[in-house]
Write a protein that binds this ligand. Structure first.
Ligand SMILES: [Zn+2]
Length: 110
């Protein structure tokens, strides 16, 4: 969200956007604590705020990082502690399918 005051593009969380909308002051608190008076959405974005940019990068890195449990599981699979696949289970049953009756024409000769 680009601010009319400093011309920079700031990051505003959904929560802060909702709070700003509810306060009806026309300003929204950015993650860098700057109060953003938003520029028209049709205007091109301003220069990114370095603090907000850093915050966004941190968030993206945290989201794409492999969770601990997955790394642990891969370690176990790689070490041969766990089998690649479990014992064969029962075959899935495919019976019981019924042919769908063709739709009637809707004409009745009464
Ligand atoms: Zn900012």
């Amino acid at each position: 969200m680009t601010c009319t005051k400093d011309g920079r593009e700031h990051a505003v969380t959904d929560i802060d956007f909702a709070a700003g909308h509810q306060a009806r002051r026309g300003v929204y608190r950015a993650v860098c604590r700057h109060d953003v008076a938003p520029r028209s959405l049709s205007a091109p974005p301003g220069t990114p705020c370095t603090e907000c940019k850093h915050w966004m990068h941190t968030q993206l890195t945290a989201e794409t990082a492999e969770p601990d449990w997955l790394r642990w599981l891969k370690t176990l699979l790689g070490s041969g502690v766990l089998p690649d696949s479990g014992p064969p289970g029962p075959e899935p049953r495919c019976g019981g399918e019924r042919a769908i009756a063709p739709a009637q024409s809707g004409r009745e000769s009464n």
